[in-house]
Ligand binder design. Structure first.
Ligand SMILES: Cc1ncc(COP(=O)(O)O)c(C=O)c1O
Length: 353
């Protein structure tokens, strides 16, 4: 499974699917409407572009995440944050240990950097993170452990005790926390010690993917190394975007708005739907945007084709995460859309499963 990889199969697939009306393939909440803010164009002046590492945004991210500013590195979305963190931590030939099922772009990035990727299993239907499973899969060559919390695709939450146990294994841990704010009260693993390198952005839970406001939280020496490394990549973020990101961070509760209520409503709908579908196995949704049902009988790709062709509805086949008899379903959309999609999924299951 090693070798240089120059693309992400999942991302290419996700970006090239024809649009549908009932978009259960998405893992985002509705986009925030910037028109709600009367923004004076003067507030987007580019004269701050020369302000190295744009301190106001760096400090706002530090305040929001509860770390000191010298631990914050900005990057274009969680995606570039992951790539940058790995580029600073992995050398060709290094071994990394990633969860399975896995968000494929994470391991594609590690492979691009020349890493040999091994996996440990998270077992369904709950897909809890088990520190013993991580420990058992470590080898003396393991350079980095790669996790998501909440887990993409399943939405499973790893609690503080679990993360602490993994942080004590003596290996650096990269945690992609782009969904973590969907679980109220959870804190970044970066607050648990210097073993952790955590990434996130304003993409998933705040509907601000277009800003590409991402970050890495790391111990200060590593953070400085990553800033310097980014001078080989993007050099700096788009400054207008940095300014808008700062505004968003200063009003994040307003940006989140009704999203927590929307997610709670939609999860309840999904859970009620699952309770009546014997052909699916899935843990009830608790704090997540996505879940990952197993189709007990039948073929997921056939289900996906039927949903698209006959029901104007999309899901993500589980093969993109490494489990072909599962599929990912997102409930971040408007409630009528999610309900409509679940109704149609039910009809498709009646004919396919
Ligand atoms: C685990 C995970 N990380 C990162 C991303 C991309 O986030 P961003 O838009 O912040 O780059 C996604 C998007 O699906 C994701 O699921």
């Amino acid at each position: 499974m090693s070798g240089r990889v120059l693309h992400s199969d999942y991302m290419y697939w996700a970006k090239n699917q024809a649009p549908v009306r009932y978009h259960l393939a998405s893992s985002e909440v509705p986009h925030f409407a910037m028109s709600q803010w009367a923004i004076d164009p003067a507030a987007l002046e580019l004269d701050g572009a020369s302000r190295y590492r744009y301190p106001p945004l760096r400090e706002a991210i530090a305040r929001r995440t509860g770390v000191t500013a010298d631990r914050v590195v900005m990057a274009d979305g969680t995606s570039m944050a992951n790539m940058l963190a790995m580029a600073g931590l992995i050398a060709p030939g290094d071994e990394v240990l990633a969860e399975h099922p896995v968000y494929e772009p994470l391991v594609a990035a590690a492979r691009f950097l020349g890493a040999e990727v091994r996996h440990f299993a998270r077992r369904g239907p709950v897909f809890a993170l088990d520190p013993d499973a991580v420990k058992a899969a470590l080898t003396p060559r393991t350079k980095l452990i790669i996790l998501t919390n909440l887990h993409n695709p399943t939405g499973s939450l790893a609690d503080t005790e679990t993360m602490r146990a993994i942080g004590a294994l003596g290996v650096r841990v990269l945690v992609d926390e782009v969904y973590l704010d969907a679980a109220p009260g959870e804190r970044t693993a970066a607050s648990l010690g210097d073993a952790f390198v955590c990434t996130s952005s304003l993409t998933k839970v705040y509907g601000l993917s277009g800003l590409r406001c991402g970050w890495i939280l790391a111990e200060p020496v590593l953070a400085e190394r990553l800033w310097r490394l980014n001078e080989l990549f993007g050099v700096a973020q788009g400054h207008a975007s940095e300014r808008l990101s700062l505004m968003a961070l200063q009003r994040l509760d307003e940006v989140a708005g009704e999203t927590p209520a929307l997610l709670a409503r939609n999860r309840a709908l999904a859970n009620a739907f699952f309770a009546g579908r014997d052909e699916l196995e899935v843990a009830p949704m608790v704090h997540n945007v996505t879940c990952f049902p197993r189709l007990k009988r039948g073929d997921v790709d056939a289900l996906n084709l039927r949903l698209r062709a006959d029901h104007d509805t999309s899901i993500v086949p589980g093969r993109f995460f490494g489990l072909a008899d599962h599929f990912r379903l997102g409930v971040g959309g408007p409630t009528e859309m999610v309900q409509g999609g679940l109704d149609r999924l039910g009809r498709a299951l009646d004919t396919v499963a």
